[in-house]
Design a protein around this ligand. Structure first.
Ligand SMILES: *Cc1c(COP(=O)(O)O)cnc(C)c1O
Length: 232
């Protein structure tokens, strides 16, 4: 994989263009969707190059892999997102390394993150991961437990939950991902209405389905292979 230099610039431009077009189709300005470049397995030099090209938000999904990379690229040179499942015993390091955690899926993890964030004098922005498709292989809270979890998390002093995240079903046709994304949006609207919360952020959409996700209201897309090429 050599997604360096011009190839990377081209892919970044192309992905940004596709996001803008999808946002326009849903009647929203291009700037309403944040592009998070997912850099798992991508070398630190390539990540640094992406930052130089203007990619300001980066996602990693394993603390162990992310730590040296974040230090090499520069903790303050980008906003770092922990995407996907996080083990509770990694909560302290995650608070150190990341600006946002996308993938809170249990009260125990939320409490651990909150405790470490308070110790660090921070309030950590976070999204609750929902397993919309109900696939057993997926992390995330089941839709039926979402409101209970949101209520329990709400009082935690170190965590600021401002939205939901989901990983779409793997589909051959991106159109088939639409009902799952619509469902996450509906779950958000219901939770806001019933619990009086504000959950403006919806993190949904990856390389294979991000345009559909944006059309359904995504505010953050998490894109790896469409920017950096296939993972080894
Ligand atoms: C790897 C990963 C992505 C990016 O996937 P691509 O299909 O490469 O765009 C997004 N979200 C999570 C949680 C991931 O683990």
């Amino acid at each position: 994989m050599s997604a360096t230099g011009d190839a990377l610039r081209q892919r970044l431009d192309e992905v940004r263009g596709r996001i803008s077009a999808a946002a326009a189709r849903s009647g929203r300005p291009a700037g309403s969707v944040l592009l998070v470049g997912v850099t798992k397995t991508v070398a630190a030099e390539v990540v640094a190059r992406a930052v130089e090209l203007g990619l300001a938000d980066l996602g990693e999904n394993r603390v162990q892999e992310a730590q040296p990379k974040i230090l090499a690229v520069g903790r303050d040179r980008a906003r770092w997102h922990m995407v996907g499942h996080l083990q509770r015993n990694k909560a302290a390091r995650a608070v150190d390394l990341f600006d946002r955690v996308q993938g809170v899926d249990s009260l125990e993890l939320a409490e651990a993150l909150s405790r470490h964030a308070v110790e660090a004098g921070r309030r950590l922005p976070a999204l609750v991961e929902v397993n919309v498709s109900g696939e057993p292989s997926k992390f995330g809270v089941g839709p039926e437990y979402l409101e209970r979890l949101l209520e329990a998390i709400e009082g935690l002093p170190g965590l600021a939950v401002d939205g939901l995240m989901t990983v779409g079903r793997v589909v051959a046709d991106p159109a088939d991902a639409r009902p799952g994304f619509a469902r996450l949006r509906e779950l958000r609207e219901r939770a806001e209405a019933r619990l009086g919360l504000r959950l403006p952020e919806l993190s949904m959409g990856m390389s294979g389905d991000f345009e559909t996700a944006v059309e359904e209201g995504s505010t953050m897309v998490r894109i790896g292979t469409a920017l950096f090429g296939p993972r080894a």
